[in-house]
Structure formats: structure tokens, C-alpha cells
Ligand binder design. Structure first.
Ligand code: SF4
Length: 69
């Protein structure tokens, strides 16, 4: 079975800087000086995929989107 590559995109215009993503998956997300999300690992390695998926689900603004290739 082919393991798909998870990609994460973030709409920085929608992000409200709540920081849930960073608390949930600090290897994948960071916040800029303005508090708005920065995706560190756009192509999420398998070992961080579960945390990244939880972060997408936990984001209160819907700014994060999971795109699996
Ligand atoms: S959880 Fe959502 S709203 Fe909060 S910083 Fe991350 S992307 Fe932005």
C-alpha cells in the first residue's frame, strides 16, 4: 500500500493566532511575531502526521487545510 504524503497549508488571512496548532504539533507549526501561523513543515513527515492532523482538527478558525498527495 502506498503511503500518501501529507501536506498542510495555512491561510494566514484566516488565522486568529490562537496557537492551538503550535501547542498540538510544535514540530510542524510556529507563530510569527504577529502571532499568525507559520507552517514549518509543509510536507509533513510520517512521524509528525498524527499530531499535524490533530492540529488541523483543533484549529478554531479553520485556517489549516490538509492536502494529501
Ligand atoms: S490553531 Fe489555527 S488560528 Fe490558531 S494559530 Fe494555528 S492556524 Fe492560527
Amino acid at each position: 500500500m502506498k503511503i500518501s504524503q501529507m501536506r498542510i497549508t495555512a491561510d494566514r488571512d484566516v488565522c486568529i493566532g490562537a496557537g492551538m496548532c503550535v501547542m498540538t504539533a510544535e514540530e510542524v507549526f510556529d507563530q510569527g511575531d504577529d502571532g499568525i501561523v507559520v507552517v514549518i513543515e509543509v510536507e509533513v513527515p510520517p512521524e509528525h502526521a498524527d499530531a499535524a492532523a490533530r492540529a488541523v482538527a483543533a484549529c478554531p478558525s479553520g485556517a489549516l487545510r490538509r492536502v494529501d498527495a
